[in-house]
Design a protein around this ligand. Structure first.
Ligand SMILES: *[C@@H]1O[C@H](CO)[C@@H](O)[C@H](O)[C@H]1NC(C)=O
Ligand SMILES: *[C@@H]1O[C@H](CO)[C@@H](O)[C@H](O)[C@H]1NC(C)=O
Ligand SMILES: *[C@@H]1O[C@H](CO)[C@@H](O)[C@H](O)[C@H]1NC(C)=O
Ligand SMILES: [Cu+2]
Length: 223
C-alpha cells in the first residue's frame, strides 16, 4: 500500500511539472513564463517596451532558438519586429516547422539579414497546436558573427521536425498586424480567458488521465 501511495505521489509530481504549454529556453524570454496568459498576443501576456528591455545578443550569421513544448504536435513560427511595442510589422525569420512529439526542440542556426546588425528587436516564437496560438518573446541585440549553440539547444530524441505550411501562422506576419488586432481586443474583456480556461481544463484532464494510468501501472508493478 505504501508503494502504491508513493507511485501516486510520483505520478502527481510528474503531472504538475508538465503543465506548461511551451517555454522559450533560448534566447531567454523578456518576462517569466505565465501559463495562464501564454495565449495572449503578441508576447504571452504583456506588451514589451523594447527601448527599456534587457536585450540579449543574437548573432545574425547563425544563432539558436530553443523551446520546450508539452504538446504532442506544434507548428512553429519564428518572427521579429523592430517595433518597440511589438504591435506589428512582423517578418518571418525561419521556415515554419512542424514539431512532432513533446519535448525540447532547437533550431541551432537561425540567420538574420545583415542590415539589422546593431539594431534591437523583438524575436517572437508562436506555437500553433491543440491549445490554439501561444506566444513568447525575447528582446535581442543583433550582432555580427555566429553564436555557440547553448547547452539547452537539443532535440529530444523522440521529437521530429519538418517544414510545413500553416495559414494561421503566416497570417501573423506583415504590416497587417493580425497579432496586434487580437491583442488590442481588450484584454480586460477576457475573450482569451475562456480559451485558456478551456485549455487548462483539457490539460488538467490530461494530467488526471496520466495520473490514473501511472497509479494503475504502480499497482500492477506491486503484484
Ligand atoms: C517595418 O520593418 C521594416 C523591415 O522589416 C523596416 O524597414 C521598417 O522601418 C519597419 N516599419 C516600421 C513602421 O517600423
Ligand atoms: C559586421 O560585418 C560586416 C561584414 O560582414 C561589416 O561590414 C560590418 O561593419 C560589421 N558590423 C559591425 C557592427 O561590426
Ligand atoms: C533538430 O531537428 C531539426 C530538424 O531535423 C534540425 O534542423 C536541427 O538542426 C535539430 N537541432 C539540433 C540541436 O540538432
Ligand atoms: Cu497547452
Amino acid at each position: 500500500m505504501l508503494s502504491l501511495r508513493l507511485a501516486a505521489t510520483a505520478a502527481l509530481l510528474l503531472a504538475t511539472t508538465v503543465q506548461a504549454h511551451f517555454e522559450l529556453q533560448y534566447p531567454g524570454p523578456i518576462k517569466p513564463f505565465d501559463d495562464d496568459t501564454e495565449g495572449s498576443a503578441p508576447c504571452g501576456g504583456y506588451t514589451p517596451d523594447l527601448d527599456n528591455e534587457n536585450a540579449v545578443d543574437f548573432h545574425v550569421d547563425g544563432d539558436a532558438i530553443s523551446t520546450y513544448s508539452t504538446h504532442p504536435q506544434t507548428n512553429w513560427l519564428y518572427r521579429m519586429t523592430t517595433d518597440p511595442t511589438a504591435s506589428g510589422n512582423w517578418s518571418q525569420v525561419y521556415g515554419i516547422i512542424q514539431q512532432s512529439g513533446p519535448g525540447n526542440y532547437c533550431t541551432p542556426q537561425v540567420t538574420i539579414s545583415h542590415e539589422y546588425v546593431g539594431k534591437k528587436a523583438i524575436l517572437s516564437m508562436v506555437a500553433s497546436g491543440i491549445d490554439g496560438l501561444l506566444y513568447q518573446c525575447a528582446a535581442v541585440n543583433f550582432i555580427n558573427g555566429t553564436g555557440n549553440a547553448p547547452s539547452v539547444c537539443t532535440n529530444q530524441s523522440s521529437v521530429k521536425g519538418s517544414y510545413t505550411n500553416d495559414a494561421t501562422l503566416t497570417a501573423l506576419l506583415g504590416s497587417s498586424s493580425a497579432s496586434s488586432a487580437s491583442s488590442s481586443a481588450s484584454p480586460s474583456e477576457t475573450p482569451g480567458a475562456g480559451v485558456s480556461m478551456r485549455a487548462d481544463s483539457v490539460e488538467g484532464l490530461r494530467a488526471l488521465v496520466a495520473t490514473g494510468v501511472m497509479v494503475v501501472v504502480g499497482a500492477m508493478l506491486m503484484v
